[in-house]
Design a protein around this ligand. Sequence first.
Ligand SMILES: [Fe+2]
Length: 328
Amino acid sequence: MTETTSPRAALETNGFVGPFPRFASEDTIGELREFFRDVLDNQPTHPLYNRYSVRDWHLVNEKVRELLTAPELVKSVQEATGADSLVLWRSKLFEKFPGDGAIDWHQEYGYFDGEEIGGHRPALFPMNPSGQWSWTLWLPLTDVSDDDGVMEFVKGSQRTSYPKRMVSLTESGAYVDPRNRIKSKEELLTRAKNNSLILDIDTRRVFDGVDPDRHSLDDLFDLLTEHCANLLAVVTEPFEVGPDDTQTMPMKAGEYIIFTERCMHRSRASKPDARLRLAVNARYTLGDTWVYPQRATGDTFDGSNLDISGHKCIPLLGEGFNQANAYL
Ligand SMILES: [Fe+2]
């Protein structure tokens, strides 16, 4: 962001803006880093979702909530988007271990239906679908360089809808092969059972009827891959991109960027000798957006296989909040 460009103009032109300076103390960022490291290591049952999940810890942990609803941050989002009312409706931890692959190029128009993993349940129902109603904030809890999972954007791509197609989940950019992370059969089976193996994928029944003593770890991974290869997901068709068309966003821990998910973006792979990269994102929508409309029909699962019956939005700014939503 140059000094002559306002955040609003930058977001409008490029589809992303930042980094904005860190507002939380180093201690706070350090504490949150420890908290999420612990979530990753111990995979606790999420009190809201009754299974392991890296989503919406801001509804459980006060420190996370304070960070993602901080006045400094709400001010940045308001200034960059021009929105006169805002709610926080989702957050998520994004971890990238040394050697993890990229989350490949993708854009999301603003319905968050889980199409990247074959889902089709819109999470947001905007009152004015011809406008903008959704923005994402991405805040790393570790320093991020070009070598350890940096975010990258195609400048101005939010105005174009890129062609997509259905592929097997294992060919999708959203699929991160867990082989790099799992060291034993026991760990593989436990994590499959509590859905902490592959982001958003329900793996609880993958090893049903399989006797682990009769298979090697590699065999079990092959079974998992076979299962995932039979699931469908949406991916972006390969496209031409010039060296000056994209921008990476190396950042210090606690800095943050704001973007529209309509802007084509990815997180690059991490080098094998890189550090663990931890980041949280927060998703904000206009106050009048209907969040999780499927709840009205008694369907309490979202596109990422989470039971959202206990989910709540947090009002941040303005008035006229959608009466159909649950609020904290
Ligand atoms: Fe994304």
